[in-house]
Design a protein around this ligand. Structure first.
Ligand SMILES: [Zn+2]
Ligand SMILES: [Zn+2]
Length: 253
């Protein structure tokens, strides 16, 4: 038996033992021993409670847009806006159980929540994700201090997984913060844009000649963070930027 075959066998034996000691449980309600759990550690009942997007949304910012008699009206959110990315694809609305799970994901060192939500996104949105114009996947940066304190960096984890699914390269360290940016929570919309302006950079080792970049974050609220990332990606040569997020805030916050 070749070494990697032995390693695979040991991995399977180890995970079978772990399943016996710690039966797979739904990440939301802890229901155990659901035979069909694989990468998607969610029971059907909890999956049914998630506010997954199945209503008309703005292709640019994924905000809900009204639709009257088949005519899609303009998006109030990005009319006359400063958003610098071309489109957004979101798994669900940032509320209810999806919000609870995304909040938990931010400090989940095991990364089970991140892997489950990405797997769910893939099952729900694979066709749309495969159709995106994307040459490389990257993630919004977080400060080294925050990564260390939380012990996890969900946007990078999601980006890495998504790149594997799409079969394109991941470059999760492409963007960096120039300083520790104060948290965006509690700031007004225009203050959020000001707070981030000039604070991100593309590492000089990356050359993005006309690359189409898929930018991953956990949630999109005003779009200020993704706009600053898109701005510097385009300065570095990116042709266009598509945003992927798990949660889109349902209304302006
Ligand atoms: Zn459940
Ligand atoms: Zn919009």
């Amino acid at each position: 038996m070749r070494f990697d075959a032995v390693r695979r066998w040991m991995g399977r034996a180890r995970s079978a033992t772990a399943d016996l000691l710690f039966p797979p449980a739904c990440i939301a309600c802890s229901t155990q021993c659901v035979a069909h759990f694989s990468d998607l550690m969610l029971c059907d009942a909890c999956r049914g409670r998630l506010p997954l997007i199945d209503w008309p949304v703005c292709t640019r910012c994924a905000a809900p847009v009204p639709e009257a008699a088949g005519v899609r009206l303009a998006c109030n959110h990005c009319r006359g806006d400063r958003l610098r990315f071309e489109r957004t694809i979101a798994l669900g609305s940032y509320e209810g159980l999806l919000r609870d799970l995304i909040v938990r994901m931010k400090t989940d060192r095991s990364e089970v929540v991140a892997h489950t939500l990405l797997e769910l996104a893939w099952r729900e949105l694979a066709d749309a994700l495969r159709a995106l114009p994307a040459d490389v996947v990257t993630a919004v940066p977080s400060s080294p201090w925050r990564r260390w304190r939380r012990g996890t960096n969900p946007p990078a984890t999601l980006a890495q997984r998504l790149a594997e699914k799409l079969g394109i390269p991941a470059a999760t360290a492409m963007l960096q913060l120039r300083r520790n940016v104060p948290p965006q929570v509690g700031l007004s919309r225009s203050a959020r844009f000001r707070n981030l302006s000039g604070e991100m950079a593309v590492r000089p080792t990356y050359h993005l000649q006309d690359a189409r970049v898929l930018l991953v974050d956990d949630i999109l609220t005003t779009g200020a963070t993704c706009t600053e990332a898109a701005r510097v990606l385009k300065l570095a040569g990116a042709a266009e930027v598509t945003v992927f997020v798990l949660g889109r805030t349902p209304a302006e916050q």
